[in-house]
Write a protein that binds this ligand. Structure first.
Ligand SMILES: *[C@@H]1O[C@H](CO)[C@@H](O)[C@H](O)[C@H]1NC(C)=O
Ligand SMILES: *[C@@H]1O[C@H](CO)[C@@H](O)[C@H](O)[C@H]1NC(C)=O
Ligand SMILES: *[C@@H]1O[C@H](CO)[C@@H](O)[C@H](O)[C@H]1NC(C)=O
Ligand SMILES: *[C@@H]1O[C@H](CO)[C@@H](O)[C@H](O)[C@H]1NC(C)=O
Length: 564
């Protein structure tokens, strides 16, 4: 904590009256603690950091800005010193690996950050590396398909890195290299549907991969190829992206309300499953729908229609609130009939930022939803939502989800969030769920849209479901060691850990940043700062930052890995 914060806390004098009062409170707490666990132990919750009461002065934010910059410089200097021009630094052993084509992916992926932070020296040293990259198969690559560049990863990391940096700097070499790379990768589009194949050999243009592809890999190249076309004037690049968007728009997904499922046939452009997700294998596809609409100056109406349909489906099928803390979370449906898995992934924490961005930039409203061709499932979602102000709903969901994503960090002893949790829905004994018989006793949980209806029908008292103040809940050491107390605490926390690792993923911090920018509420900035402090405390090594193996243990056990 900074000095100025400490100074602003005036010392208090303890009187007998205070002591008597305190004794009564402590006794009451002890009694409650032992009689009420696990149903009602909120007094056991640790309190939020004191930042809620004390506004952080601007000069402290100035200092923090410098600290964030120093953190970037520390990691990048370690990479330059020990790993460049390989792909990534191994931050415990000071060695390196080539896991993304061996063209120095860390350099490409860091360019825009250098520009934003005003790190001119680093940027100047990076440009020759960019200019020298040959984009040819590298025999030292550690991945299985040595001779093939994975299309999706190469587009989002290398092409996206070049273009973002070009947009900020207008440095000609960046566009030239983006154009080179865009051409070298374009044989991937040579399928009957126009959907990209998994990988490309950039030396001879042959492609590789199965006949089915995953949504995220198919539909996360539109921004790059559209922007490349715009900047180079080469319409070919745009047509590649546009063909994919048109094929997706034509696909018959009426049974899924218009939301795009996770797997697709690359030749026929037809869905290959009916799994709905915003997590792994799907995530960025939904993001690109909104951003493609924004990038095209709101002319690509098809993308916007698809975004509205997808978010209607997310709002009515994938959002749940937890039993105890009323945490809003987004899950996936992996079987027929939209039965939820109650898995909640760190990757899904991009969603609050996306919804906040959409609600901030657009007049999100049912008036813009094309009702034609919706089908019964899309109609169902429309009927459930049409009486609300849709933009307000998107804002509320963004706030509730971002809060849960933050708590996944604040709940852990390291202050860092696990890669995946399993929410604990109450066994639902009600007769039916979406036509399912109750006999299977599937724990269906509390669907957010149903809770919204109850809240509204009940006169809108208190916070909307999933919103409002929520406190972190941490295990004590004793609770963690004893499976019984751990189980009770899991009920209080509302989840168990599906995975214990934290892979330096950015989704939660990115959403928190967008929440700060769109709401102006300083709580988001403070939460972001709390996570930054945890990163410094738990993951910093002599040469960089390392992935955490188990977020429940502090000091954290680290893996020799620094995913950029
Ligand atoms: C596309 O594939 C067809 C056959 O599958 C092949 O004849 C053609 O040369 C390929 N075009 C490019 C640009 O790779
Ligand atoms: C292209 O390169 C790959 C990988 O080295 C190789 O398997 C394939 O035979 C080559 N194809 C042609 C047409 O040269
Ligand atoms: C789309 O699929 C649904 C079933 O999922 C079917 O009822 C409908 O006829 C199909 N529409 C078209 C145009 O093929
Ligand atoms: C890694 O390099 C840093 C300097 O970049 C050094 O301080 C540290 O001792 C090195 N660690 C190992 C394991 O060699």
């Amino acid at each position: 904590m900074s000095l100025s914060l400490l100074e602003s806390c005036k010392p208090r004098r303890w009187t007998t009256r205070h002591l008597a009062f305190a004794t009564v409170v402590v006794l009451a707490l002890i009694t409650l603690y032992y009689t009420a666990l696990p149903q009602a132990p909120p007094e056991h919750w640790s309190t939020e950091p004191s930042f809620e009461q004390i506004p952080t002065p601007p000069e402290v934010w100035q200092r923090r800005t410098e600290q964030v910059k120093q953190a970037f410089r520390h990691a990048y200097a370690g990479y330059e010193r020990h790993a460049m021009p390989h792909d990534e630094l191994l931050p415990l052993t000071n060695s390196s690996k080539n896991n993304f084509n061996g063209w120095a992916v860390t350099v490409f992926d860091s360019l825009d950050t250098m520009i934003l932070m005003g790190l001119n020296d680093e940027f100047a040293r990076a440009l020759p590396v960019v200019a020298a990259a040959d984009f040819m198969p590298n025999p030292h690559v550690t991945s299985k398909l040595k001779n093939y560049a994975p299309f999706f990863e190469t587009v989002i990391r290398y092409l996206g890195g070049l273009l973002a940096a070009y947009a900020l700097s207008h440095e000609p070499i960046l566009l030239q290299r983006a154009d080179d790379l865009g051409r070298l990768l374009s044989p991937a589009f040579n399928t009957t549907s126009g959907f990209p194949m998994f990988g490309v050999n950039t030396a001879n243009g042959t492609v590789t991969g199965g006949s089915t592809g995953i949504l995220a890999e198919i539909a996360s190249c539109q921004l790059e190829y559209s922007y490349l076309a715009l900047m180079t004037g080469n319409k070919d690049h745009f047509d590649k992206a546009d063909t994919i968007m048109k094929s997706l728009a034509r696909a018959n997904v009426t049974a899924l309300g218009g939301m795009l499922p996770r797997r697709w046939n690359l030749q026929t452009a037809k869905p290959a499953d009916d799994a709905l997700s915003v997590g792994a294998a799907a995530d960025s596809a939904h993001e690109y729908l909104l951003k493609q609409y924004l990038l095209t100056a709101k002319t690509d109406r098809t993308s916007y229609q698809m975004y509205l349909r997808a978010t209607n489906e997310i709002l009515t099928r994938l959002l749940y609130v937890s039993e105890n803390r009323d945490l809003l979370y987004v899950t996936d449906t992996t079987r027929a009939n939209f039965i939820p898995s109650h898995r909640f992934e760190h990757l899904s924490c991009f969603l609050p930022g996306l919804l906040a961005l959409g609600a901030d930039q657009l007049d999100i409203s049912m008036n813009h939803l094309d009702l034609g061709g919706l089908g019964p499932e899309g109609r169902r979602a429309y009927e459930l939502l049409k009486d609300y102000d849709l933009r307000t709903l998107h804002k509320w969901v963004a706030e509730g989800l971002a809060t849960t994503c933050y708590l996944m960090y604040a709940d852990q002893p390291t202050g860092l969030g696990p890669d995946e949790v399993r929410m604990l829905p109450k066994q639902d004994s009600s007769r039916s769920f979406q036509g399912q018989r109750a006999k299977s006793m599937v724990p269906t949980g509390r669907l957010w849209v149903n809770e919204m209806r109850k809240w509204r029908d009940g006169g809108e008292h208190g916070w909307p479901p999933g919103l409002g103040d929520k406190k972190p809940v941490r295990y004590t050491l004793e609770e963690m060691q004893n499976s019984k107390t751990r189980g009770a605490k899991n009920q209080v926390r509302d989840y168990t850990l599906g995975r214990t690792d934290y892979l330096l993923r950015p989704e939660t911090l990115e959403s928190i940043y967008i929440m700060w920018r769109t709401t102006g509420d300083p709580i988001w900035r403070e939460r972001g700062w709390a996570i930054f402090e945890a990163l410094e405390r738990e993951t910093k090594t002599d040469s960089g930052y390392a992935s955490v193996h188990n977020v429940l243990i502090s000091p954290a056990p680290l893996d020799d890995d620094m995913p950029r």
